[in-house]
Design a protein around this ligand. Sequence first.
Ligand code: MN
Length: 228
Amino acid sequence: MTRLAVIPPAPRRFATTDPTLEVELHRIFCVGRNYAAHAREMGNDDREPPFFFTKPASAAVASGATLSYPPATSNLHHEAELVLLIGIGGADIAIDTALEHVWGYGVGNDLTRRDLQAEAKEMRRPWDMAKGFDASAVLGPLHPASEIGHPSKGRITAQVNGELRQEADLSDMIWSVAEIVSHLSRLVSLCPGDLIMTGTPEGVGSVAPGQDCVVAIEGLGEARFRYA
Ligand code: MN
């Protein structure tokens, strides 16, 4: 009989719109860039494949938190994003069955130390410390697809201290949810509890100490936080 030598923190639980159901996260995957206003109407067929980065699941915090301003940055940015939770795992998932793997949807804020990201890009270094720091993903309540279906349109916004910073529509996404799930499942085996943040529209900008930030998607509620 063995005992654990060290005890890691228990996973956080996150709310769904069903008060009897909560979720735990296994991993967080993020899509790098997924909005380009004119890509679709130009009929371009040469879209670059989506690219992905990750945050630790422990980076996620629930909407409503008051957070400490992160260390090692002076340019912390908001990114409003549609997020989805994988309910049924799988690998090499076809696009036409991909939505069957999605448990539900919500809105999230992919918080980014933009100065560290710019430095990483310049130096050709990984983005991990720009993207995967503590409390770098703020999540609103998740809505089950069994109730709301699979949203492909709807207004997505970010506000800082009440000022509108980002405004777009989910229909502007270059890669659809089904395409993202299918593509990612060819890179890793997806598991129940994997969260995918699907990319942000233009208008990203800074959130400073003392400011509050609200990201929202029509029909999916909001995710808000404040920096102390
Ligand atoms: Mn993002």
